[in-house]
Design a binder for this molecule. Structure first.
Ligand SMILES: [Fe+2]
Length: 202
């Protein structure tokens, strides 16, 4: 079974004006499509074929750069599309809010810390909110298409919120203004979904 490019649960223009339709379309149909195809090609005929993406990434040989880059790209974008939704709940509540306030002091302090992790990631990469067993949350960032599931990556836990800070994610609308894109992202997070991932993985 090869991996499939997911279908968005919302239209390309649904995240306007925060994330523009053209960026969404190119991001999914060119970039994510490329990672998906390259991942399928990289695992075809190997012992990784038929395994789940989580299984592949958690046991990854980090020297296998084709699977590292494209398997990471496949998983990371899947999560990224899911944590955004124009009709999602736009505010934090419940036990995830409690965990975030316990760790960062307030929701605003959490946003500041997450935005800083995303803004200071040099070059291309991702910012993450992860949950550890027991419920503690952590913010971190990774380069390229690495993610916290992979062996030896300095940030650990299960990712429950992902922000793509590759230029392809924002350049058409924001050019070099990555901080503006990061601030816009907070308007399109579907906290229902993030809270569900927290509950499932704490
Ligand atoms: Fe991307």
């Amino acid at each position: 079974m090869a991996f499939d490019l997911p279908k968005l649960s919302y239209a390309y223009d649904a995240l306007e004006p925060y994330i523009d339709a053209r960026t969404m379309e190119i991001h999914l149909t060119k970039h994510h499509y490329g990672y998906t195809n390259n991942l399928n090609n990289a695992i075809a005929g190997t012992n990784l074929e038929g395994k789940s993406i989580n299984d592949i990434l958690t046991k990854l040989d980090m020297n296998n750069t084709a699977v590292r880059n494209n398997g990471g790209g496949y998983y990371n974008h899947n999560l990224f599309w899911e944590v955004m939704n124009p009709e999602g709940k736009g505010y934090l509540s419940g036990e995830l809010k409690d965990a975030i306030v316990a760790e960062f002091g307030s929701v605003e302090d959490f946003k500041d810390t997450f935005a800083k992790a995303a803004a200071t990631r040099f070059g291309s990469g991702w910012a993450w909110l992860c949950v550890h067993k027991g419920g503690k949350v952590e913010i971190c960032s990774t380069p390229n298409q690495d993610n916290p599931l992979m062996p030896g990556v300095s940030c650990k836990g299960t990712p429950i919120l992902a922000l793509d800070v590759w230029e392809h994610a924002y350049y058409l609308k924001y050019q070099n203004r990555r901080p503006d894109y990061i601030n816009a992202f907070f308007n399109v997070i579907n906290w229902n979904y993030v809270e569900k991932l927290y509950a499932e993985n704490k």
